[in-house]
Design a protein around this ligand. Structure first.
Ligand SMILES: [Zn+2]
Length: 246
């Protein structure tokens, strides 16, 4: 793996909720969303410390639990579920982990900017600039990274300096982590490291700042829905190419 340089990781202003961090620490979070938490904590010492404390609390609670006998059938069911879950997550990883020639991408070295978080480098099957970037609009390009077992899609999105996404709403929940540059919408300004959670029905119009390209990691539970008068024609395209960016 080749990374261009080691830029400073700065703390961000928008963080996952404590409920998200508890779910992440407990290991019960969907892999697609956990990737966004991992990407955020690479920037955020505050959430990194919170997760460390939650992990310590979890360890203490496990240690304090009195051992209880279980039936052989219950033990078999639990171990079976663990193995199935592990296989499901391995399947997700393998979706983008193999090149077209069947060779594992982990054996190859790809060039990518330092802002690409470590947790998603396994999904690269080419150098960053040579990934399959789909042109969504004159200002926006995206590349799909993987599909979670729950159907959620994970993608990288690049918005040109000053570029604007069409006004849209969400059918499902959406998590955005800003990796590089910044964007604003009706609710505020978001910069590198910021974790932005949008629930269903939220409507917004993201605009990248004019000083640089904005790159985001996005997880979408369902395709977004353009709501503008002149952009509704994009919705069938969206459904075919889910995910598309916030
Ligand atoms: Zn944080």
């Amino acid at each position: 793996m080749t990374r261009n340089d080691n830029s400073m990781k700065s703390d961000s202003n928008n963080h996952p909720s404590i409920e998200h961090l508890v779910e992440y620490s407990a290991g019960s979070m969907a892999l697609s969303r956990a990737m966004c938490i991992s990407a955020h904590v690479e920037h955020c010492s505050h959430c990194r410390n919170t997760i460390r404390n939650l992990n310590a609390i979890g360890s203490e609670q496990l240690r304090d639990i009195e051992p209880a006998g279980v039936s052989a059938s219950l033990k078999d069911r639990v171990m079976g579920k663990i193995q199935r879950d592990a296989q499901s997550k391995a399947d997700v990883v393998s979706l983008a982990g193999s090149g077209s020639d069947g060779e594992s991408s982990e054996k190859r070295s790809f060039t990518m900017p330092s802002f690409v978080p470590r947790c998603i480098t396994q999904f690269f099957d080419n150098d960053y600039d040579d990934m399959a970037w789909t042109r969504v609009s004159p200002s926006v390009r995206m590349t799909a990274l993987c599909t979670d077992t729950n159907g959620a899609k994970v993608a990288l999105v690049r918005i040109k300096p000053g570029g604007r996404m069409a006004h849209h709403s969400h059918i499902g929940e959406e998590v955005t982590v800003v990796l590089h540059g910044a964007f604003s919408d009706e609710d505020g300004m978001y910069q590198a490291g910021d974790f932005v959670f949008r629930d269903a029905d939220h409507k917004h119009t993201p605009v990248a700042t004019k000083d640089s390209e904005c790159v985001c990691l996005i997880t979408l539970d369902a395709p977004i829905q353009f709501t503008g008068l002149f952009t509704r024609w994009l919705n069938p395209l969206l459904r075919r190419n889910h995910p598309l960016p916030a």
